[in-house]
Design a binder for this molecule. Sequence first.
Ligand code: C5P
Length: 240
Amino acid sequence: MVKKGTLLYGGKAKTVYKSERPGCLVMEFRDDITAFDGGKKAVMKGKGRYNCCVSAFFFQMLEEKGVPTHFIRMLDDHTLLVRALSMIPLEIIIRNIAAGSLVRNFPFTEGQKIDPPLVVIDLKDDSRHDPMLNDDLILALDIVTEEELRTIKEMALHINEIVQEFLSEKGIILVDFKLEFGRTEGGIVVGDEISMDSMRLWDANTRQSLDKDVYRFDKGDVIAVYREVARQITRGKCEV
Ligand code: C5P
């Protein structure tokens, strides 16, 4: 068992530690759940485990399809061993259906199909409330090169195809989701998580929320929804 070392970073729902293995970090998914820039928060037993399992599942799926991620392996049911990345402070949001901030900020109708999918990029900066960027701003801020930006967008759209197809077979619509990327010596790699906290999922039949919107908008029993979604996605591969 790889032991966790000193604390590197404590986020709203995850904690990252150094590890005794060079170039590797320990990423712990906590039971904290937050929304609205941390304005709403709670602790929900089991939540870290469900998000960890689902993230590990998707990272493995992506690796098998040739998409590089930071995932190495699960250490326990709420902890991953990951490659240390130099994180790029961008939130890459891929949207297949209009919902959330897209509907609040632009004249789209909730539920409207977006074809081809939209890639929206926000600056990852809580103190500025993650403002939306455009390509010129991203380059002017010198966050990535033009080539890196092209790679990130291509990877994001490719991941969208893979995850969307997988979920649709389970009767789940991938409305939108957020990715984060980092650099390694070998190039750009997917980091962070792919979970019910970072995806917007709807039941294909009922259009009911199967993600953090259940918590954001008090739509029901958050843990029961996370448990059921994790069970469906991982086909019982992790004990949930
Ligand atoms: O709130 P908004 O509609 O912009 O969110 C789009 C998608 O990105 C949602 O799936 C949401 O969960 C995810 N997201 C995230 N972290 C953020 C902002 C959005 O995971 N800081």
